[in-house]
Design a protein around this ligand. Sequence first.
Ligand code: COA
Length: 197
Amino acid sequence: MIFLSGILVDLVPFGDRFWANVPEWENGPAAYWASAGERMVLSHATVDRWRQHRQDNDNHGVLSFGMQTKSGTPIGEISLNWVSAHHRSTEIGISIGNPAYWGGGYGTDALLLVVEYAFEWLDLRRIIVETMALNERVQRQMDKTGFTLEARRLSYWYVGSSAWSDTLIYGMQREEWPGRAALVERLGLKPHAAPEA
Ligand SMILES: CC(C)(COP(=O)(O)OP(=O)(O)OC[C@H]1O[C@@H](n2cnc3c(N)ncnc32)[C@H](O)[C@@H]1OP(=O)(O)O)[C@@H](O)C(=O)NCCC(=O)NCCS
């Protein structure tokens, strides 16, 4: 079942095919960037417990999607976290687990799909994305999709090797959203061959 259909990716329920990749994704470089500097070592048993925890807690306030290529290869996850009906806001979390798919527009295609869903279906009015200052891919992604850098907190994340990184908070208000079609055109998002994974 395809929930949201993009140019390079489809967003689908985060089911078995995705969970099967989670140990590899969480023990690889994507987790360092997605968790702002943590280097976890996770067993399959821990990942199973996460899954159970999510199911038991009904994923309260989190709308999580599996991200797959148009040919159906699972590549990551994108979530609307802390969706608040009261404040009409959410924070997006995104991670492409397989680095072969970084820098090819996949994450931006997925981002545009969930921003459209958040503003135009859920009727939210504000979205934020938080990242560490070391994460240049996200900053480029925020700039090119029209998010505003709203805040910087200094020396916030421990990123290893005795170093700390600032945290950056990007936001977009609904009235700033030009619509997905306009951004797809502006960014020139087009289908292209998948990388050698
Ligand atoms: C962040 C992420 C979702 C972005 O998705 P993506 O598909 O890689 O993004 P895009 O390809 O659309 O855009 C990335 C931009 O960063 C640029 N970029 C790639 N590598 C870069 C680098 N090392 N330094 C700076 N910019 C870089 C790309 O050129 C591209 O810009 P362009 O479109 O102007 O060429 C993805 O890279 C990812 O999952 N990374 C690991 C986990 C992570 O960082 N999650 C976010 C936590 S907040």
